[in-house]
Design a protein around this ligand. Structure first.
Ligand code: 6K6
Length: 138
């Protein structure tokens, strides 16, 4: 199985350690195409990285190839929102993980989509259990 994991890059890297742990867990279900999202050395700026058109073309190709998209959406990111919309268009199963945070709510454009399986969690253990449940129902 090919898994596209989406998490914030230029939207902010506060959750990068969490992304890495979720990616490690997802690897038991198949190949994670986007392991770089959990790279601790990847900053929100990425001045030495590939061009934006390279990133866009490669990531759109990967979403098309993927069997499933899993997004961690607690740090708002334009790129992650765009990827979720594209995955909807390609009719991919989508899991969105939202960590409960006082005073914050998930965008209605994600939380309100009937094509997205939205779940909320408090701990990493809970998030991994929700991932297991999602994959067991695929
Ligand atoms: C490194 C540091 C900053 O930019 C880079 C290189 N950029 C990217 N490399 C790989 N994937 C990217 C990059 N920028 C965005 N993406 C994709 O968009 C990832 O798959 C993420 O799920 C999502 C993050 O979007 P933003 O808007 O938070 O950057």
């Amino acid at each position: 199985m090919k898994i596209y994991f989406a998490g914030s890059i230029r939207g902010g890297r506060d959750d990068k350690a969490l992304y890495l742990k979720l990616i490690q867990h997802l690897k038991k279900y198949g190949q994670v195409l986007t392991e770089h999202v959990g790279d601790p050395s990847l900053t929100h700026f990425g001045e030495d990285g590939p061009t934006d058109s390279f990133i866009y073309d490669r990531d759109m190709g990967w979403i098309q190839q993927a069997d499933v998209l899993v997004a961690e959406v607690s740090t708002p990111s334009l790129g992650v929102g765009y990827e979720i919309a594209q995955a909807e268009m390609f009719k991919k199963p989508i899991l969105c993980l939202w960590r409960n945070q006082p005073g914050k709510r998930l965008s209605g454009m994600i939380g309100g989509s009937r094509k997205v399986h939205n779940v909320t969690y408090d701990t990493l253990e809970e998030a991994t259990r929700l991932i297991d449940k999602f994959f067991s129902n695929l």
